[in-house]
Design a protein around this ligand. Structure first.
Ligand SMILES: [Zn+2]
Length: 181
């Protein structure tokens, strides 16, 4: 996957509590990554839209960027930015549009928001990083959301981060996350 190396690489912080969360999210179990923890809060409407994109793109992979905010080890996805899949073989891989990525980085400068990760789908696959995904390389704090979607099945979603693509805790937030750009 293409993305600028200038993307910030914040380190997770030790989480004793989840700041800014109430109700269900506050009780979410945090999956530890060594002594650090990272959780992704994904608004239900964004999840629904990612699944819809996976369905529309099928049998190809859909892809896009996730805009959001970080607070220590907590990452909140607030909006999604669908990209054309520029991979030469979009049924088995994805390539984000670098122009979209650069434009988004520029738009978010000074807003307190940033590109926190990306999403893509695995047609008839599993919601796990593929060998190809791993070869593309992950980075600390950069989230990968993977939606597995079969022609006759509901989508399942996994979320990963870091160079080792460690699974992270995915917390559903029933509140609207924001508009599709
Ligand atoms: Zn993949």
């Amino acid at each position: 996957m293409w993305w600028p190396r200038s993307t910030p690489k914040p380190r997770g912080e030790r989480l004793g509590f989840l700041p800014g969360l109430r109700g269900e999210g506050a009780k979410a179990r945090v999956v530890a990554s060594g002594t650090y923890a990272v959780i992704l809060i994904l608004a239900q409407d964004l999840r629904t839209r990612i699944e819809a994109e996976a369905r529309t793109a099928y049998p190809n992979e859909c892809c896009g960027l996730l805009e959001g905010m970080r607070d220590g080890g907590t990452i909140r996805a607030l909006a999604m930015h669908p990209s054309a899949n520029l991979a030469p073989d979009p049924a088995t891989g994805f390539e984000l549009d670098p122009v979209l990525h650069l434009r988004l980085l520029r738009c978010l400068r000074g807003t307190g928001r940033e590109v926190v990760g990306c999403y893509h789908s695995h047609p008839n696959g599993r919601p796990l990083p593929s060998a190809r995904d791993r070869a593309g390389g992950g980075e600390e704090g950069f989230v990968w959301v993977i939606a597995a979607f079969g022609a006759d099945s509901a989508a399942t979603i996994g979320a990963f981060h870091g160079a080792a693509f460690e699974a992270l805790a995915l917390v559903a937030d029933p509140r609207p996350g924001g508009a599709v750009a």
